[in-house]
Design a protein around this ligand. Structure first.
Ligand code: FVH
Length: 287
């Protein structure tokens, strides 16, 4: 039997999956949820239902926070800072990097042992080999809670800056949503000639699988900042222009591609049309 006891604060889809996984791996688990009725199935399955956050924390070595957002985390942790003193508090709620840093600073002010986490998994993935969670903040907190964290999925420590786990989470989700947006537009284009989205999904999966290894070439150019070779901005500008025209010809807006064309136009207008098109990454800096 694992010797660390755990509190799970928040029993939405993710908190419930985490509580279930902890029980399945033999952890003594206390659960709390704003809407108390959601603790009932967990109590039936063997967790201890707590009426308050303080009660859940009191019996636990590790406190996992799985609430909706930054605001709800601070709302429920701030009143019980004193009760969290000898615990390891791990916030698995999705927040921005600066929100994570702000909560870490608050925790430090109150002498709490605190770690920020980001879940790279859906609830059904928790505890399976494809589940991965990122952590940043105090190394000692990560080490102290490691046995518990490792039951949820691969536990990767990103560094002492509490914002790092969130930053990587947000960067990966950014690439995911832009990829999904591309699929949504492709599906809309193909639907104009009666091809169902499910067929386009298969085509897109195959195409992306073949093309994704090129990311390494793009990355090497971006890291070197040597944009003298590769596919030029002018060539890419013409290609993106054609995609936008083709989409519009089918009666489908090209809203997701237009910002990229604008950035390529800027490169061209500043005399850098011959540069590798990945130079657009430098124009993303907010000055
Ligand atoms: N579900 C997923 O696939 C993603 C995967 C990546 C990480 N996210 C993040 O995990 C956090 C929790 O997400 P969730 O899926 O459990 O979300 P819900 O099922 O909507 O449950 C939300 C829980 O938060 C409670 N809650 C909401 N507002 C408050 C508040 N002001 N005070 C206290 N608790 C609050 C809510 O309680 P109730 O409505 O049942 O009373 C649920 O327990 C989240 O950050 C994702 O981004 C999941």
């Amino acid at each position: 039997m694992p010797n660390q006891t755990v509190a799970v604060l928040g029993l939405g889809a993710m908190g419930s999956a985490i509580a279930a996984r902890l029980r399945d791996t033999g952890h003594d688990t206390a659960v709390w949820n704003r809407t108390a009725a959601k603790t009932a199935p967990h109590a039936e399955a063997g967790s201890r239902a707590a009426a308050t956050v303080a009660e859940a924390a009191a019996s636990s070595d590790v406190v996992l926070v799985v609430l909706l957002d930054h605001g709800s985390v601070r709302e429920h942790l701030e009143p019980v800072a004193a009760e969290l003193k000898d615990k390891v508090v791990v916030n698995l709620t999705t927040t921005t990097p600066n929100e994570a840093r702000s909560t870490a600073a608050w925790a430090a002010e109150h002498g709490l042992t605190y770690l920020d986490g980001a879940i790279m998994a859906t609830p059904d993935m928790i505890g399976t080999p494809v589940s991965r969670l990122l952590y940043s903040g105090e190394r000692a907190a990560f080490d102290a809670a490691h046995e518990v964290l490792a039951t949820l999925g691969a536990a990767d420590y990103e560094g002492e800056d509490a914002g790092l786990a969130s930053l990587k989470d947000m960067a990966l989700l950014t690439s995911m949503y832009q990829l999904f947006s591309g699929f949504i537009q492709a599906a809309a284009m193909m639907r104009t000639v009666g091809v169902p989205a499910v067929a386009t999904a298969g085509e897109v999966s195959g195409w992306l699988g073949a093309i994704l290894p090129h990311l390494d070439q793009f990355a090497a150019v971006i890291d070197s900042r040597d944009y003298s070779g590769g596919q030029s901005a002018d060539f890419t500008r013409a290609a993106i222009g054609s995609l936008i025209t083709a989409s519009r010809e089918q009666g489908v807006g090209a809203d997701f591609l237009e910002p990229l064309l604008s950035r390529l136009d800027e490169l061209s207008a500043t005399g850098r049309g011959g540069a590798d098109w990945t130079a657009v990454n430098e124009q993303l800096a907010i000055r």
